[in-house]
Write a protein that binds this ligand. Sequence first.
Ligand SMILES: C[S@@+](CC[C@H](N)C(=O)[O-])C[C@H]1O[C@@H](n2cnc3c(N)ncnc32)[C@H](O)[C@@H]1O
Length: 254
Amino acid sequence: MPSKQYKNSESRGGIWRRFLDGKPEYLVRHYWWAYLWPWGVWFFDHQPIINAILFGQYRKLSQRALRDCIKNRPPGRFLQLTCAYGSLTPTLLEAMDDELYLMDVADIQLTATRNKLVDTEKERLLCARMNAEFLAYGDDLFATVLIFFLLHELPPDARERSLSEAIRVLRPGGRFVITEYGACPKKHLLWRLWPTRTVLQRLEPFLDSFWHVDLAAMLDEHARRQGKVIRQVDEFHCFSGFYRVCTFELLEQS
Ligand SMILES: C[S@@+](CC[C@H](N)C(=O)[O-])C[C@H]1O[C@@H](n2cnc3c(N)ncnc32)[C@H](O)[C@@H]1O
């Protein structure tokens, strides 16, 4: 039977509360319609839709992220940190011949990703439901970690914890590829036009804080705290710097 406290909070309103089920409140409150509501998942997981959301840059960004992950890939396990709409995961599995670890806090997302794969690829996808802020994987388990547009959707404290966890599970000599919005795009037309800036900030309540983060410095700080050393080896910009793909490496320690 639901507790009195839970019943009260549900009756205070907010359709989003039905999707809580152990998931982080920020995800459920702000993104239930995009990632947790079955009709939303069905709608957004169409290539033209996700491409339109990224202003036509999906292909360019996903291809670059895949290239940066796969080319001269360090030997070892590969983790995709949370699901992504579109062809990213199927294309990734096609490009690899070993297993891909995929975690997400939403079952519906893991199922949607599996449903995009052919049977032989399903066998190579190792799905687990967990929160990116508290990964259940061991230290130094992965040689490659890929994040595709997750960080700007997290509040600052959750973003810090997720990055720290990603570094913890990445082994020295490993590679970390992050696809995200670029730094605060004050000169970009989409920022200068008040309606687009307002819509973006409404739909993405944590984007503004992400725009002001120094990603490399933040990673450096978390790596240091864990006795690791990280350095940036590549940064690709597209759509006049509105988006970027950053590649980092954890240095081997002597
Ligand atoms: C990767 S992000 C955004 C992807 C991008 N909009 C796209 O589809 O191309 C969205 C995913 O992150 C997941 N997610 C958000 N916060 C999470 C957290 N704290 N732990 C695990 N998964 C999380 C959501 O369930 C969703 O599947």
